[in-house]
Design a protein around this ligand. Structure first.
Ligand SMILES: [Zn+2]
Length: 249
C-alpha cells in the first residue's frame, strides 16, 4: 500500500533543515577549520615569544607599540576563556596542550550545533575524531556511498529539488510510490532496491521489531555497529548503481 505520511527522520532532521555540508564533513572526518589551526599556531608563537624569547624577541617585548595583531591575540585568548597570566603560569607544554584542546572543543561544539542530526556513536560524539567507517570500509565506492547516505547527499529527488526550488513534499521518488525520496525511503521501502534490501538490510533489522522508520534509519547509518555499517555501505553502493541505470533507461 502506498504511504503518503509526512517524511520522518530522514527528512525532518536532515533534509528539511538541509545540513551545511562543510560542517557535516568536518564532523565526519574529524577535521577542524583552517582558521582554527592558524589560531593554534599564532597562540603558540605568542607563547614562545613570551616564555622563550630569542633574537629580537626581548626587544619587541619592551616595545609599547599597540599593534592590532597583539590586540587580536588578546581577544582570542579571552574568547577561549583564558587569560594571558593563566597561560603563562601554566608553562609552555601545559599552555600549548590547553589551547589546542580548548580550540578543538570549541570547534566541535560549534559544528555540532549547526548539524543537530549528526550521526555518531555516543562514545565519540564530543571528541574530534575521524568516523570509524572511513578507516574500516576498504572499498572506496562503499565508503563514498555510506558517506553520501549519512550526509543525505545521495542522488535523489530531495537533492535535485533543493536546487530547483521544488517544494519538499513534491520531491517524489521516481519509483512512483508517491513517497518523498528521503534516505529512510531508500533504505527501508523503495521498490527499486528491494533485492539488495532483502539481502543486506532486512536481516539486520529482524532482531529489532516494532520500531519506526526514523529509528531504523538512524540505527543503520549511525556507524555504531561494524557489521551494520558494512552491509549498509554495500547496500548504498548498489542503490547508487541501480538508480543511475534506472534513471538513464
Ligand atoms: Zn522509491
Amino acid at each position: 500500500m502506498l504511504s503518503h505520511r509526512p517524511p520522518t527522520w530522514g527528512s525532518s532532521s536532515f533534509s528539511r533543515t538541509e545540513p551545511r555540508a562543510r560542517d557535516t564533513l568536518r564532523l565526519e572526518t574529524g577535521m577542524i577549520k583552517v582558521e582554527a589551526k592558524v589560531w593554534m599556531t599564532v597562540l603558540n608563537h605568542r607563547l614562545k615569544l613570551t616564555l622563550c624569547p630569542r633574537g629580537l624577541a626581548p626587544l619587541t617585548q619592551q616595545d609599547n607599540f599597540q599593534s592590532s595583531w597583539k590586540q587580536a591575540v588578546y581577544n582570542k585568548v579571552a574568547q577561549l576563556s583564558f587569560s594571558p597570566s593563566l597561560l603563562l603560569a601554566m608553562g609552555w607544554d601545559k599552555a600549548k596542550t590547553a589551547i589546542k584542546q580548548r580550540i578543538l572543543d570549541t570547534e566541535r561544539q560549534a559544528d555540532l550545533s549547526k548539524v543537530t542530526g549528526f550521526l555518531a556513536p555516543d562514545t565519540c560524539r564530543f571528541i574530534v575524531s575521524c568516523s570509524a567507517y572511513l578507516a574500516q570500509l576498504e572499498i572506496p565506492s562503499h565508503r563514498r556511498a555510506f558517506t553520501l547516505a549519512r550526509c543525505h547527499a545521495l542522488s535523489s529527488a530531495i537533492l535535485e529539488g533543493k536546487y530547483k526550488k521544488i517544494p519538499f513534499m513534491e520531491r517524489l521518488c521516481p519509483c512512483d510510490s508517491g513517497e518523498v525520496e528521503t534516505i529512510d525511503h531508500v533504505l527501508l521501502s523503495c521498490p527499486f532496491y528491494k533485492d539488495s534490501r532483502d539481502r543486506l538490510i532486512s536481516p539486520l533489522l529482524l532482531k529489532y521489531p516494532g520500531h519506526s522508520s526514523q529509528v531504523y534509519a538512524k540505527m543503520l547509518l549511525s556507524d555504531d555497529n561494524r557489521s551494520f555499517t558494512y552491509n549498509v555501505a554495500r547496500f548504498c553502493g548498489e542503490a547508487c548503481k541501480i538508480r543511475r541505470v534506472l534513471i538513464a533507461s
